[in-house]
Design a protein around this ligand. Structure first.
Ligand code: SF4
Ligand code: SF4
Length: 169
């Protein structure tokens, strides 16, 4: 099929170039769709779910009792834990008689559905408003208790209050 011959105006090219430039300049005065992250950040949606946090009570004791319900509820099989019995003298460390000696979430598997938070009977795990930071190393995306436990209320009351403030709902 032969091409339609160009008209006189099409052969000039100037009108289409001018039309293109008009569109380009028009966009220069519109509100930008992008922001300069990380200097600027957007306000999160009220239903945003970020990295999981392990909760402490007001005395600083870990709330998790290693019941495993969060791991069972997790559709991505991202949660691993090992339970241990609380020993006499450890009442100031763990709220329940059983605690998670190891608690890990693989952030590369997590889909931030929030089912772990919903399944927890002890209010021990919740999704915060913090983003998972980027990294080049896969191992660094496996978060342990050290990364997830909120600050101790006695040693860092400000950090504790901030972390509890991030709790959704
Ligand atoms: S948010 Fe969902 S996918 Fe992520 S650990 Fe919790 S239950 Fe699993
Ligand atoms: S975080 Fe909650 S649901 Fe998960 S093991 Fe601990 S107490 Fe059980």
């Amino acid at each position: 099929m032969g091409r339609k011959p160009m008209t006189f105006w099409e052969k000039l090219y100037i009108p289409v170039i001018a039309k293109g430039m008009l569109i380009t300049f028009g966009h220069m005065f519109r509100k930008k769709a992008t922001i300069s992250y990380p200097e600027q950040t957007r306000t999160f949606s009220p239903v945003f779910r970020g990295v999981q946090i392990l909760n402490r009570d007001e005395e600083g004791r870990e709330c998790c009792t290693a019941c495993g319900l969060c791991a069972v509820a997790c559709p991505a099989e991202a949660i691993t834990m090992e339970a241990a019995e609380r020993l006499p003298g450890e009442e100031h460390l763990y709220r329940e008689e059983k605690y998670a000696a190891r608690y890990e979430i693989n952030m590369l598997r997590c889909i931030f559905c929030g089912l772990c938070e919903e399944a927890c009977p002890k209010d021990a795990v919740y999704l915060s408003e913090t983003l998972v930071p980027a990294n080049f190393n896969r191992e660094s995306f496996v978060y342990g208790k050290e990364e997830m436990l909120i600050p101790h209320p006695l040693t860092d009351p400000e950090g504790f209050a901030k972390a509890r403030g991030e709790k959704r709902g």
